[in-house]
Design a protein around this ligand. Structure first.
Ligand code: FAD
Length: 413
């Protein structure tokens, strides 16, 4: 339980301290510069300062803090992946999430809901069984369940057989959760800045300085900053920033959209995903239905949302929850998804010495925020990849050692 509110109530000094000190002038040099100010950057800075005593760190964010994909995601957390490498990695993250409010002394509204991946075809049943076996083998709570049990656990779902895609079964993952995405970023940011990390908003990195194959610093719209080590954590722009550093990432960037309804009384406790219908839905603590679908089928750097997405998503949603017909939509938005060929991230060392990447976060990176912070801080501090991210090294593509997670994606891409 976070004690922040209690401490605030008992405090004799008001107002409470600012979450983050205002941006100061940039220093000429830092031990570590982190490009991007999303959840992954903030978590890495937090663990760098907490676990390694590295506090001379600057986070450089071109927009505002956590205003990229961290602000735009649908906040689903789970570890029911398909490969042992993926399951181990995301399970570490789920475990960190479970204690994160306490660790950060900041309420992230972590809420365990149970995650259902609906299967509407025999092929989906086969994949669900496969995932359940891998999950159980690695100690992750996950099982294949049938329509009567689905109905018992989630009575609002339309279980009729008289529809285009009847529900034949589901992969049920009880630890599946949601959390308040902004709070995750703010909690990590507060923890990092309290230890001396600097956050600079409106600071865009435009050039990466290097000498003899080693990174030397970065050029920004506010001047040049030297650094011993540089981490790029720029989901949605990973290829563009890697290009500045002189190497290529196997990433295709495409828009991913989502929307929320007006708030209603709580009726949906679970997180429901249907790969065949290309929809997923949960209900936030404010009562809004949070809904998303597949990525848009074209590569473009744009966060504009489309009518086409809304029409497709809501039409399919009504097949699962027909009583939502009168529900009013409140907001719709888009973020940028950096898709890798195997649907796993690209993390660790790069061809440029002392330059590290945390990239390839596609549609699945919010759940990985704590484990990315933990493993990237280790990697940066020790200049060697943490064992959990070793399988996600950039060179795996030329070694033909991909970590195929397409079968565990929430919706088709
Ligand atoms: C609609 C949608 C729904 C999603 N739903 C889920 C979900 O339910 N569960 C899940 O696990 N994941 C989900 N994701 C994916 C998740 O949002 C991302 O993978 C995750 O937020 C990535 O976090 P990050 O900190 O790496 O990146 P971001 O939060 O995107 O931060 C990167 C930052 O880098 C900054 N930047 C870029 N270039 C530069 C530069 N040159 N100089 C300085 N700064 C720069 C950007 O402004 C940005 O703020 C979803 C994504 C979207 C778009």
């Amino acid at each position: 339980m976070p004690f922040g509110l209690l401490k605030y109530g008992l405090s004799k000094t008001y107002p409470a301290e600012r979450h983050f000190p205002l941006a100061r002038d940039l220093k000429p040099s830092y031990d570590v510069v982190i490009i991007g100010g999303g959840g992954h950057a903030l978590a890495t800075a937090y663990y760098l300062s907490r676990d390694y005593g590295i506090t001379n760190v600057a986070i450089l964010e071109k927009g505002y803090l956590a205003g990229g994909n961290t602000a735009r995601n649908t906040a689903i957390i789970r570890s029911n992946y398909l490969t042992p490498e993926g399951v181990r990695f995301y399970d570490t993250s789920v475990k960190l999430y479970q204690d994160l409010s306490q660790d950060l002394d900041y309420n992230i509204l972590y809420s365990e809901r149970g995650h259902f991946t609906l299967a509407h075809t025999d092929a989906a049943i086969r994949t669900s069984r496969w995932r359940a076996e891998v999950n159980k083998h690695l100690g992750v709570d996950s099982e294949l369940i049938w329509p009567d049990e689905i109905h018992k656990l989630c009575p609002v779902l339309n279980m009729s057989e008289d529809v285009r895609y009847p529900i034949l079964g589901a992969l049920y993952h009880p630890p599946g959760s949601i959390a308040r995405h902004d709070a995750v970023a703010w909690g990590y940011g507060r923890g990092a800045t309290r230890r001396g990390v600097e956050i600079h908003q409106l600071t865009e990195v435009t050039e990466i300085l290097q000498e003899s194959g080693k990174v030397k610093g970065v050029v920004t719209n506010r001047g040049t900053v030297y650094a011993n080590k540089v981490l790029q954590a720029t989901a949605g722009s990973s290829s563009l920033v890697a290009k500045l550093a002189g190497f290529k990432l196997p990433i295709r960037t495409i828009p991913l959209q989502a929307c929320v309804s007006l708030p209603v009384k709580p009726f949906l406790d679970q997180i429901i995903v249907s790969g065949s219908l290309h929809v997923y839905i949960s209900q936030s603590s404010r009562g809004e239905l949070v809904m998303g679908g597949s990525t848009d089928p074209y590569g473009v750097y744009s966060t504009r949302s489309t009518l086409d997405f809304k029409e497709g998503l809501l039409g399919h949603m009504l097949e699962l929850l027909p009583f939502l017909g009168e529900m009013k939509l409140n907001r719709q938005w888009a973020g940028m998804a950096d898709m890798t060929p195997d649907f796993s991230p690209c993390m660790g060392l790069t061809p440029l010495e002392n330059y590290y990447i945390d990239s390839g976060w596609g549609t699945w990176g919010f759940k990985a925020t704590p484990v990315c912070g933990l493993t990237m801080s280790y990697t940066v501090a020790n200049n060697k990849p943490h064992e959990l991210i070793e399988p996600f090294r950039l060179s795996r593509f030329e070694e033909m050692k991909q970590v195929g997670e397409k079968g565990a994606a929430s919706v088709g891409h």
